[in-house]
Design a protein around this ligand. Sequence first.
Ligand code: G4P
Length: 190
Amino acid sequence: MQLLKDRILSEGRALNEDILKVDSFINHQVDTNLMEAIACDFAEHFADMGVTKVVTIESSGIAPAVFTAHRMGVPMIILKKQPSKVLNEDLYHTMITSYTKGTNYELTLSSKYVGENDHVLIIDDFLANGEAATGAIRLLRMAHATVAGLGILIEKSFQPGRDKLERAGVHVYSLARIAGLKKDGIEFLD
Ligand code: G4P
């Protein structure tokens, strides 16, 4: 998606060879016009696939997921890292390892909101090692739902996430694919 790539080139900052900072338009300040354009792209790509719900992982995936779900006319569900202390019945749980952040965390989904009749589109901001997406898919399978695909804003193609997910049969669609990060430049795959 050229609009997103242009924005990454003008405002993104490679902190090192692994981490791209996009705080000014995606995950701290959110550009809602950009989110709308992103949602149109995802909605067009995943149209006619029978998507019944959009699912994301808190917190940075929420903005693009809300816009996409609204565009597609389906509900959006947040996989929670900190389950509610009052509403903790009927939760599916799975552990995720984040190599980027060097942490483990638990991800949860309420059985109330996803079930066997759901065909789910997963939306997230970054794809790095694919651990969060793989965990999201584990939760959806526990709920007996099927996965339509994974929509990603920024894929770090030099990390193994896409390969891992494609080997597992998941359809991955990324709006910007980054081949490499250097202090003085960001290279896209195509
Ligand atoms: P994986 O899910 O693909 O395995 O990736 P990993 O665990 O290694 O990293 C996922 C977390 O790190 C996500 O945040 C993701 O947004 C963030 N992340 C990964 N690479 C980058 C990057 O280059 N730049 C930035 N800004 N973030 C990156 P999270 O733990 O889900 O938290 P949140 O930010 O969504 O709250």
